[in-house]
Design a binder for this molecule. Sequence first.
Ligand SMILES: Cc1ncc(COP(=O)(O)O)c(C=O)c1O
Length: 432
Amino acid sequence: MWKSSEGWSMRHALMLSLALNVWLLLRLAHEREYNLGTDENFRGFCTEEKASSFLSNSTSNSSAIDEFDDDQGRVINLDHGDPTMYESYWRQAGDKTTVVISGWQAMSYFSDVRNICWFLEPELAKEVIRLHKIVGNAVTEGRHIVAGTGSTQLFQAALYALSYGGTEPISVVSATPYYSFYRQVVEYMKSGLYKWAGDASSFNEDKPYIELITSPNNPDGFMRQPVVNRSKGMLVHDFAYYWPQYTPITSPADHDIMLFTVSKCTGHAGMRIGWALVKDEEIARRMTKYIELSSIGVSKDSQFRAAKIVKAVSDSCEHAYDSNFFEVSYHVMSQRWSRLRDAVKKSGMFSTPKFPPAFCKYSNRTFGTQPAFAWLKCEGDIEDCESFLRDHKILTRSGKHFGMSPKYVRISMLDQDSNYDLFTKRLSAMRS
Ligand SMILES: Cc1ncc(COP(=O)(O)O)c(C=O)c1O
């Protein structure tokens, strides 16, 4: 009786294990197809989650992490620039930024029909102008403000507005290493109005083009100027990181189309609010049209919340020193960068860019850019830095996604303290 029941359960256990293994293999094959099937360069916002759950269940890399005695080889995902670092500041700010919206409020599509951007909440417009004036990072006089669902939507609205009416798709360029999402979005959209034409530094056609300039740049953190400089060029300046916690504010930016976002300014990426400062009325109208066609405006609830958060930042700059948002964030970034540089030095396997100091007119201090991303290079024989770090359970984004060599990776500097601590600890322990 005992024997037969043991035989029965052994057979079942074997069959169960076989079935589980087959299922696991099929699942991995499916995920691989899903992740790489369309375009190897495409890194959507969810694929890394799959990678991290795969890694955390996997035992195949265990030898690589045996040398670490930290947090049981926890996977650290620094692939995205998810700004969760800011959570602790806003937690401490308490109810100052709580927004209550009753069921009967904010029901209409419209916010201000007299404005070109008819879905822009006047309160958000007011607070955006106030913040730019306090920080001194952009000219707002004589500009139209266009709100967007993040600056991701605004960058697409700008491409639409600038390429509208052309006879053939206009080239979109950005100097390498460029923000990887620009290319992904342009290629994914397959628009008849514009096409991805790659590195701005090698663009030499005598035709109209759109150049995207990110300053400070994502991924490498350097301040940037246009590089093509031809007469038929149209420029879009992405200033997601032109805020005083990241870089010295040397003068108010003054360009035709300037994009900003709360995602990297206050850390509220989930709110999905960005704004464009646009000089030309017709371009502002077309950008508004694009947003009308793609989402009939921008969430009012989010705009109310954004207005409240931006107001709290401005208030903190005007009334408080110890809880001044940019001061607090500046010091967090400064500490993080000095810890990263220490870790890089200790390990001897990597290098990071050096940024020249400049005087910040907002904070009255001189410092070098301390970017939201570290552009790390694996020195020596390591050709694929992303895989190397992945074996140490650190997820980053390879240089190849930014039009550069896989010897580079981009690492988010905006993650939570516990992840950042673990990351620098692991990095400093690595030896060639
Ligand atoms: C340069 C740059 N522009 C735009 C964005 C996206 O901003 P948003 O969250 O407002 O869409 C990012 C996000 O990482 C970025 O790095």
